[in-house]
Design a protein around this ligand. Structure first.
Ligand code: CDP
Ligand code: CDP
Length: 223
């Protein structure tokens, strides 16, 4: 096909998708899509305007109409820079709660596919390989033990100046994993043709090298 190549990186919370996807995109000079940020933006905006996570029609309308700008690591929502705000754990949990609705997901589909421009895209999320870019030449499903992931997220939250508690994190991660994996629409699962990568005992560098190697095999002469 003449569409630019896409590398999809899906997996559960704090498996390292964002970090690895970002690094792979930099290495290849590709664009980067953090699809989870879109759900987090819907979560933040709906919370502010007082729409509940089960008001499906209002959420879908809001998702359609969001005014967003992405530049480098920064994200603007209705003109306000919210890059750090959307990383709060309650926003992640709220995002997961509203992401169960088919209409909300459909409202974000075209926006996600629009990131696929030359020279290529690295996209991370839950359904990048299964729903949004099913024809991607390279699909990766990242995992890590729940303990490793809770520890990673704990460090990230503290670094960003949020308070965090290991017990709450373990409980919330487990609940979010279960909800993301069990929902009827676009559940978290590896695409049939995805490479599985357990990063529990890997460094970021090792994970990045493995993804680049898979890309080099799938698209020879490019990586
Ligand atoms: O995007 P996702 O929620 O899957 O994870 P992330 O935001 O990339 O966070 C993963 C955190 O774990 C980052 O602080 C990474 O530096 C760290 N980490 C990793 O991503 N991969 C490893 N193999 C080891 C640590
Ligand atoms: O950083 P973390 O992995 O915790 O979450 P995220 O990737 O920012 O996504 C937040 C929530 O949005 C997830 O728990 C999912 O329920 C939802 N999401 C989704 O349904 N589909 C995607 N492609 C990305 C995120």
């Amino acid at each position: 096909s003449s569409l630019p190549p896409v590398i999809t990186i899906d997996g559960p919370t704090a498996s390292g998708k964002g970090t690895v996807a970002h690094r792979v995109a930099d290495a290849l000079g590709f664009h980067y899509l953090d699809s989870g940020a879109l759900y987090r933006l819907v979560a933040l905006r709906s919370q502010r305007v007082g729409i509940e996570v089960d008001e499906v029609k209002d959420l879908a309308d809001l998702a359609h109409g969001l005014h967003l700008r992405f530049r480098g690591d920064k994200i603007w929502l209705e003109g306000e820079e919210v890059s750090q705000l959307i990383r709060a754990e309650d926003i992640g949990n709220r995002a997961s709660a509203l992401a169960v609705h088919q209409q909300v997901r459909e409202a974000l589909t075209a926006r996600q596919r629009a990131f696929r421009t030359r020279p290529g895209l690295v996209a991370d999320g839950r359904d990048m390989g299964t729903v949004i870019f099913p024809d991607a030449p390279v699909k990766v499903f990242l995992t890590a033990s729940v303990e490793a992931r809770a520890e990673r997220r704990y460090k990230q939250l503290i670094d960003k100046g949020f308070s965090a508690n290991m017990e709450d994190l373990l409980r919330d991660l487990t609940a979010r994993d279960a909800r993301d994996a069990s929902r009827a629409v676009a559940p978290l699962r590896p695409a049939q043709d995805a490479h599985l990568l357990d990063t529990s005992d890997m460094t970021v560098d090792q994970a990045v090298a493995q993804v680049l190697a898979w890309y080099g095999q799938a698209v020879p002469g490019q990586a």
